[in-house]
Design a protein around this ligand. Structure first.
Ligand code: AMP
Ligand code: MN
Ligand code: MN
Ligand code: MN
Length: 283
């Protein structure tokens, strides 16, 4: 079994279609795949082949814990659930509004057409990643990295703060939709270990049930710390690539360090919701 439970398609800031991601997962021997687009969850596509991985409905919700932006993955959600869709629609509107505000700032700097370019794309959730691509394509910035650094990050010329939902609302909507709330890539937030511990306690109190402990570039000591935090808060462990783009060298569907054997005993594949949908699975 190989479970990639975090990746993106062109419904948000992934570069490829769901069909492409599924095919790549199959080629990379992924047996269970969750497409977890930013603030979008859609009905699963029909399997194209019996060799396809088992698909799990997912989403990645941007939310606020205290003043920090954190990301919450929902797995096994019912994409038709009204509570979840109401929240995701609000998030998509917030994203659209943010792009419109950034478009106004960019127009004042002399480059027009951002919003109309982005709404013509297949994306339902508009992200700063799309804006970075636009800035490079229009010669405003040389690279995506520079676009984030000089324009899109907190101190950047085009920065507009996002008005995300509260992490309690995200967890509650995921659970109402029958899903498992998973704290995404905890080691990627600018939080020291004491704050990370507090975040995990808040997340658990809000109904959170799992955290990602295995993703590309995770440091060995962070992996160990997250496994400890999961044990302390009685959380399951999830795994995923956070794949966005086949042209990016550092990530691919199904490519991330596996959980070691003792940690795998806490794997999310032991969660009752997984067992009900996918049956018994061993790493
Ligand atoms: P948003 O959710 O709209 O703020 O967009 C954030 C997305 O942009 C993330 O999900 C990443 O895919 C991408 N991203 C964020 N920071 C960077 C960066 N420094 N370089 C490249 N991509 C980034
Ligand atoms: Mn992204
Ligand atoms: Mn994320
Ligand atoms: Mn992601």
């Amino acid at each position: 079994m190989k479970a990639d439970l975090h990746c993106h398609t062109h419904l948000s800031d992934g570069k490829h279609s769901p069909a492409f991601v599924i095919e790549r997962a199959r080629a990379n021997q992924v047996t269970h795949l969750a497409m977890t687009d930013h603030d979008v969850s859609q009905a699963l596509p029909e399997p194209a082949s019996e060799h396809d991985p088992k698909l799990i409905a997912g989403v990645e919700i941007s939310c606020l814990w205290e003043s920090f932006e954190v990301h919450m993955v929902g797995l096994f959600v019912d994409p038709t659930n009204a509570t979840l869709q109401t929240l995701l629609t609000q998030q998509q509107i917030r994203r659209h509004t943010r792009v419109a505000q950034i478009d106004a700032k960019l127009t004042a700097l002399g480059t027009t057409g951002l919003l109309s370019d982005l709404v013509a794309k297949p994306a339902i959730a508009l992200t700063r990643s799309h804006i970075a691509d636009f800035l490079v394509a229009n010669g405003v910035c040389k690279t995506r990295q520079k676009a984030f650094k000089t324009h899109l990050n907190r101190s950047g010329k085009l920065f507009v703060p996002a008005q995300w939902c509260c992490y309690t609302e995200a967890a509650s909507a995921i659970k109402t939709a029958g899903g498992i709330p998973v704290l995404a890539h905890p080691g990627r937030y600018a939080l020291n270990k004491a704050k990370l511990r507090r975040l995990l306690e808040s997340f658990t109190a809000a109904g959170g049930e799992a955290l990602e402990a295995s993703y590309p570039n995770i440091a060995a000591d962070m992996n160990q710390y997250l496994i400890q935090l999961a044990a302390d808060n009685d959380l399951y462990l999830s795994t995923g690539s956070d794949f966005h783009d086949a042209a990016a060298q550092w990530t691919d569907v199904g490519k991330f360090p596996g959980l070691e054997r003792t940690a795998a005993e806490r794997g999310i594949w032991h969660h009752p919701v997984w067992m009900k949908d996918c049956g018994a699975s061993e790493q």
